[in-house]
Design a binder for this molecule. Sequence first.
Ligand code: 3PY
Ligand code: MG
Length: 233
Amino acid sequence: MDLSADAVGGWLQLPGSATAEVTGSVGFDFVCVDTQHGLIGDDALLTMLQALDATGTPTLVRVARNEPDVIGRALDRAAAGVVVPLVDTAEQAAAAVAACHYPPRGVRSYGPTRGTWRERPDPVCVVMVETPAAVAALADILAVPGVDGVFVGPSDLSLGTGTAQDGDPAFDALLTEIVGAVRAAGLPVGIFCASAAHVHRFRALGFTFFAGPSDAALLRGAAAEHRRRSAPA
Ligand code: 3PY
Ligand code: MG
């Protein structure tokens, strides 16, 4: 999975292999299954990863939290990589990386299960920068060996900084600062996008990968639009 060259990804929050397969069928560069927010549990995650693999689309799982058992369960189900939320310090970034790898490199417990027959030798570890603390510690986070990329959560970053994500130049200035630091470190930098307009705006700021909107948001938007267009003239 190459997140450094304008990769556009899907984002799943609804449990079910059918929606995963549909999303995997449209040519996204990757699809992220979100188990931090959304409605997807461990059991649904397995069949969703199987469905995505059937489409040939690389898979990421956003884990619920930065804990070795949680990260291990996503990797045991043979996700190609994890997106770890709310990484605020270099220590937390190092813990996320360690959870992705077996000793001596890391602390991952052995038991790959599905990974036994769908071997993923080197899972991707993407850390989320989405708080003022993370921005303050960004240089240290980027210096942690094994961090494969940074993903910005604009909603949490907006809440934490008290800056509107749309229409406030200070927010784009903050994003530009993050992009500059991550790219200077030679790493891919991505961001959640609530619309195609966001993809275009964030691409212009220098982001290298984009994920979202969620399946739930796309479905609701399309359904609402159909309902609107079907109203009597
Ligand atoms: C955020 O915007 O905070 C996210 O985590 C996106 O999913
Ligand atoms: Mg977030």
